[in-house]
Design a protein around this ligand. Structure first.
Ligand code: HEM
Length: 554
C-alpha cells in the first residue's frame, strides 16, 4: 500500500513539472530544458521530496496531541532506526541528553510506536499498570521465534496474558517459593556453590585461563548442576558446546529479519539441547533436581505443554538462568581484581567472615558463610551493585494492551511498546551525583546522615511484576564465588605486563541485561600461600539480598 501511495504522489509531481511551473515563458523554457536534460535526477529528487512530504504528513497526522511528544522525526519513521544503529547501546542516553526535560517521549518506527520512559517517577506508574502495559507477549515472542516452540505450545502460553490465572503470571507464582527466602533457596545456592568450591579444589598450582571463558564454564556447570540435579544435561561437554554455539544467535533470531537457514548450525545445536532436555523431563530426572526445576516442570505439564515443547521452553529457562549471571560474575570479578585497593578492602572484609573448624583427617576446614558475606562485606556488596549500575543494560519492555492514559497525562496507544532503559536511569546525575559516569565501588555503602539514592533508579533486575525472581540466587552465587576467589587465589593478567585492560562492550547482545566484554583477558590463577586447604560453604539462613526497591521497601 505505502509504495503505491508514494508512487502516486511522485507521479503527480513529475506530471506537474511538465505542464506549468507558474514562472515566465523564458523561465518555463529553461526549467523544461533542465528537466529534459536531467530527467532522471529531477524525477528522483521530486520523488524523494514527495515521499518525504507524505511520510512527514503521515507521521504528524497520525500522532495524537495527547501522546508523549514525538522526537527524532528528521527522516520520518527512519531517524530512530538510524539513531539506534549509530549510537547502539548509547542511543537512549543520547536521547535523554538531547531531550532532558521530557519525562516520556514517542519514537515512531514503521508500523510501531515506542514510548520511552526517562522519568524515574513514572516508572512505578508504568509498573502498576501490569494488566494494561503487559510483559508476557514479549517473552512469548522470544520463546516462539528463538526457541522454536510449536503453534500448539504457543497457543497455551498466549491463551491469557492478562489475568493472574494466565500461563505467564501463574508461572511467576509457581516458581516464586523456590527462589525466595527459605530452605529451597538455601539448598539451591548450597548445591551450586558446592560444585564451584570442589572445582576450585582441583587448582593446586598456577593455572592459566581465559577469564570470561573460564567463568562461563564454572558458572554454567555450577548453576545447572544446582538446578537440574545429578542428571544435568549440560554436564555433557557436547551440550555445553551446543549452548555456546546457540546462545549468541538468540538476539538475531528474536529480531526475525534474517532467514532461518542462515543460523542453520546454531539451530541444530539448539535442537540437540532441546532434545536432551526433553529426555531429561520424560525420564523424570527433574524429580532429583532443585525445588525450582520441579515447580517449573509441574507448571508446564499441568497446563498441557507436551514433552517436545517442554524441551524447547527449557532452552528459554536456561537462558534466564545463565545468560546474565555469567557476564555479571565476569564484571564483578574483573572490577574487584583489577584494582589493588578494591582487592585488599574486599579481601579483608571476606576474611573476617570465615570460620575455622575441625576438618577431615584432623586438619582445619574453613567455612565461607553466604549470609555473612552479604551482611558483613559492604565494600564487596557495593562493588557488585555498582557493576549493575555501570554495566547493567536491562531494557524493560511492555506492550500496550489497550489505549491508556498514563498518569492521567500521556495517551499510550494500543499496540505500542513502553520501554524503560536501565542505562538511562543508571546515569542520572540527579540520582547518582556528579560522578554518575564513573565507576565508584563505594557508591552503595551507606554513610550516616546521607540519604540513599532513589532505589527505583536501580534497574539491574528490572522491576514491578516482572522483577527478576532469580535475583537472590544469582546474587549469592556471584558474591560467594568472588569471595572464594579472594580467599583462595591471586588473579594476575598474563599479557600487558600484568596490567588489567578493561574490555570494551560495544558488541554486547541487547537480549541480555548485562553488557558483555568484547575482548578476552588471559589470567593466571595463583593459589595464595596457605590457601590450599579444606574449604566449605554454608548457605544456611542465607536469605534474600535487598538490592532493589521492591526488597528494600518491604
Ligand atoms: C545476574 C543475573 C541476572 C540478571 C541481571 C537478571 C535480570 C533480569 C531482568 C532485568 C529481568 C526483568 C525483565 C523485564 O522486566 O523486562 C529478569 C526477569 C526474569 N529473570 Fe532474571 N536475571 C538474572 C538471573 C536470573 C536467574 C538465575 C533466574 C532463574 C533462576 C532468572 C529468572 C528470571 C525470570 C523467570 C524472569 C521473568 C520474570 C517474569 O516474566 O515475570 N534470572 N531478569
Amino acid at each position: 500500500m505505502l509504495p503505491a501511495v508514494v508512487y502516486a504522489a511522485y507521479a503527480s509531481i513529475v506530471q506537474g513539472a511538465n505542464t506549468t511551473s507558474g514562472f515566465s515563458p523564458a523561465a518555463d523554457n529553461a526549467v523544461s530544458r533542465f528537466v529534459a536534460q536531467h530527467y532522471a535526477l529531477t524525477s528522483t529528487a521530486a520523488g524523494l521530496a514527495a515521499s518525504y512530504a507524505f511520510l512527514w504528513a503521515l507521521l504528524h497526522f497520525t500522532q495524537d496531541a495527547k501522546e508523549p511528544p514525538v522526537v527524532f522525526t528528521g527522516l520520518p519513521f527512519l531517524s530512530p532506526i538510524i539513531g539506534a544503529v549509530r549510537w547502539s547501546m548509547g542511543f537512549y542516553n543520547y536521547m535523554r541528553d538531547t531531550y532532558p526535560t521530557l519525562p516520556v517521549f514517542t519514537l515512531r518506527l514503521p508500523g510501531l510506536r515506542v514510548y520511552v520512559v526517562n522519568s524515574t517517577d513514572l516508572i512505578p506508574v508504568v509498573q502498576r499498570q501490569w494488566r494494561t502495559l503487559i510483559f508476557p507477549p514479549v517473552s512469548a515472542r522470544a520463546s516462539e521465534v528463538a526457541m522454536g516452540a510449536s503453534k500448539e505450545g504457543m497457543a497455551i502460553i498466549r491463551d491469557d496474558m492478562i489475568t493472574e490465572s494466565g500461563f505467564m503470571h501463574a508461572f511467576g507464582k509457581a516458581i516464586h517459593p523456590a527462589l525466595s527466602t527459605g530452605a529451597a533457596l538455601d539448598e539451591l545456592n548450597g548445591s551450586a556453590l558446592d560444585v564451584l568450591s570442589k572445582s576450585l579444589d582441583l587448582i593446586q598450582g598456577p593455572k592459566r585461563v581465559n577469564l570470561f571463558e573460564w567463568i562461563r564454564h564454572e558458572l554454567l556447570m555450577a548453576t545447572t548442576d544446582g538446578v537440574y540435579g545429578p542428571s544435568n544435561p549440560l554436564r555433557d561437554p557436547a551440550r555445553e558446546a551446543d549452548w555456546i554455539k546457540f546462545h549468541p544467535t538468540i538476539m538475531f533470531l528474536m529480531l526475525n529479519v534474517v532467514p532461518l537457514w542462515f543460523f542453520h548450525s546454531a539451530l541444530a545445536a539448539r535442537d540437540r539441547l532441546a532434545l536432551d532436555f526433553q529426555r531429561y523431563h520424560v525420564a523424570g530426572h527433574y524429580r532429583q533436581g532443585s525445588s525450582y526445576i520441579q515447580r517449573w516442570t509441574e507448571h508446564f505439564v499441568s497446563r498441557g505443554i507436551d514433552p517436545v515443547d517442554l524441551g524447547r521452553f527449557q532452552n528459554a529457562g536456561l537462558f534466564a538462568l545463565v545468560a546474565n549471571t555469567i557476564p555479571t560474575a565476569f564484571w564483578t570479578i574483573f572490577c574487584v581484581f583489577s584494582d589493588p585497593e578494591i582487592v585488599s578492602e574486599c579481601r579483608e572484609e571476606v576474611e573476617r567472615t570465615v570460620t575455622v573448624e575441625e576438618g577431615v583427617a584432623g586438619g582445619k576446614a574453613c567455612t565461607i558463610n553466604a549470609a555473612r558475606i552479604k551482611s558483613s562485606c559492604p565494600t564487596l556488596v557495593s562493588t557488585f551493585q555498582e557493576v549493575f549500575r555501570f554495566y547493567g543494560m536491562a531494557n524493560s519492555v511492555r506492550v500496550v494492551n489497550e489505549d491508556h492514559v498514563l498518569d492521567g497525562r500521556y495517551l499510550l496507544k494500543k499496540g505500542g511498546l513502553v520501554m524503560i532503559p536501565a542505562r538511562v536511569q543508571h546515569r542520572l546525575k540527579e540520582v547518582w551525583g556528579e560522578n554518575a559516569d564513573e565507576f565508584d565501588h563505594r557508591r552503595f555503602i551507606r554513610k550516616p546522615g546521607e540519604p540513599r539514592p532513589n532505589p527505583i533508579a536501580f534497574r539491574g533486575f528490572g522491576g514491578g511484576t516482572t522483577l527478576c525472581p532469580g535475583r537472590h540466587f544469582a546474587t549469592t552465587e556471584i558474591l560467594v564465588f568472588t569471595a572464594m576467589l579472594l580467599l583462595r587465589f591471586d588473579l594476575v593478567p598474563v599479557a600487558d605486563g600484568g596490567e588489567w585492560v578493561t574490555p570494551t562492550t560495544a558488541n554486547s547482545s541487547q537480549a541480555e541485561a548485562m553488557a558483555q566484554p568484547d575482548q578476552e583477558i588471559q589470567i593466571e590463577l595463583r593459589p595464595r600461600p596457605g590457601a590450599v586447604r579444606e574449604w566449605r560453604v554454608s548457605c544456611e539462613g542465607n536469605g534474600e539480598a535487598a538490592l532493589v526497591a521492591e526488597d528494600l521497601c518491604r
